[in-house]
Design a protein around this ligand. Structure first.
Ligand SMILES: *Cc1c(COP(=O)(O)O)cnc(C)c1O
Length: 362
């Protein structure tokens, strides 16, 4: 058996073992071409089959109709922070942002460079421990779009409902919870996600958009920054990150084999519940950052009584094969990322470790 740890890193993150094995098997000789997947042309039939089946799987699994299109782009979610307003925030209009964490803030800052923005709600004054309720959101009069971050990777909170954007296109950064369960994506006009959390390796960003949105795209953008360019060329305007797209395809096939998004959602609920229970049953030794109603199934964030204990917690965990548990520098503490590819046993082992650490070190 190959040596594998339970990898709780926030991204790049753990990939499923069957996906890695499949990629390894075909690494040197893909479909009897005598070349690896890394070496085939992005214009070849073999690669077209890869990218088109990844595209079809994405739409099929989230149940989106033909009126949506998938784009495979580069530059991470961070480029989307800029591309969204560049394409969809014309001069004289306002875009609404809901601030629920660091990445939401970053997205908003990029939009501010490009046009007028309105902050429809923020939970910053509550240390980003929660998600605003529908009542707390105050939209501007006719926003060009409304932007949310469905899962806040650093703070460990997640939206449990889809806000009504009052007739405006709803746009979401889903980098850390895309395909983590069944969500009605047809409520959104555009969603984007770096693949390196739930869908594959770093290097490719998935954008799923309603085709009619393309009519609103601002003119005179550099071609590479325009959604229209990438839509028209089906993500082959320039050389795409071919190997990353291949791994996304394998990951999607793996998710499908696990029972699709519904099964994934149930598994993710179960994993997160195990770790949250370890927090709740610790009599305050572990303190969760997120308020209970806003708890993320993807990133579980918590503190220990002091930083020294947190350091020891992380070090001892690593010795037991539980790695990547250090929290983000802006929040501190511990963060366990439980993306799709983290097996149930990983969450079980972590919960047991937490209980044991509390007994022996607490
Ligand atoms: C990781 C992450 C990002 C940043 O993604 P890059 O691919 O590094 O640009 C943005 N938003 C969210 C919600 C994330 O989790």
């Amino acid at each position: 058996m190959v040596y594998r740890v339970y990898n709780f890193n926030p991204g790049p993150a753990t990939l499923s073992l069957p996906v890695l094995e499949e990629a390894q098997k075909h690494l040197l000789n893909y479909q009897e071409k005598g070349m690896s997947v890394l070496e085939i042309s992005h214009r070849s039939g073999e690669f077209e089959e890869i990218i088109h089946s990844a595209e079809a799987l994405l739409l099929e699994m989230c149940g989106l109709p033909e009126s949506y299109q998938v784009l495979f782009l580069q530059g991470g979610a961070s480029l989307q922070f800029a591309m969204v307003p560049l394409n969809l925030l014309p001069a004289g209009s306002t875009a609404d942002y809901i601030l629920t964490g660091s990445f939401a803030q970053k997205a908003c800052q990029e939009a501010e460079r490009i046009g007028r923005i309105h902050i429809a709600a923020t939970t910053k004054n509550r240390q980003y421990r929660c998600i605003p309720t529908a009542d707390e959101i105050k939209f501007s009069s006719d926003p060009a779009y409304v932007h949310i971050t469905t899962n806040n990777t650093i703070y460990g909170t997640q939206w449990k409902y889809i806000p009504e954007a009052a007739g405006s296109p709803l746009i979401a950064d889903m980098s850390s919870d895309i395909f983590s369960g069944k969500t009605d994506l047809s409520k959104f006009s555009l969603v984007y996600a770096g693949a390196q959390k739930n869908l594959g390796p770093a290097g490719v960003t998935i954008v799923i958009l309603r085709k009619s949105l393309l009519e609103k795209v601002t003119h005179n953008l550099p071609a590479i920054l325009s959604y229209k360019t990438h839509a028209k060329t089906r993500s082959l305007y320039n050389t795409p990150p071919t190997f990353a797209i291949y791994l996304v395809k394998l990951t999607l096939q793996w998710v499908k084999k696990q029972g699709g998004l519904e099964a994934m959602g149930a598994l993710n609920e179960k994993k997160a519940a195990l770790v949250y229970r370890a927090i709740d049953e610790s009599n305050g030794f572990y303190r969760g950052h997120a308020e209970k109603e806003a708890r993320s199934n993807m990133n579980v964030t918590f503190r220990l009584p002091d930083e020294e204990q947190e350091k020891i917690f992380v070090e001892k965990a690593a010795k037991e094969g539980l790695v990547g548990l250090k929290g983000h520098r802006s929040v501190g503490g511990i963060r366990a990322s439980l993306y799709n590819a983290m097996p149930l046993e990983g969450a079980e082992t972590l919960a047991q470790y937490m209980a044991h650490f509390h007994q022996t070190e607490g």
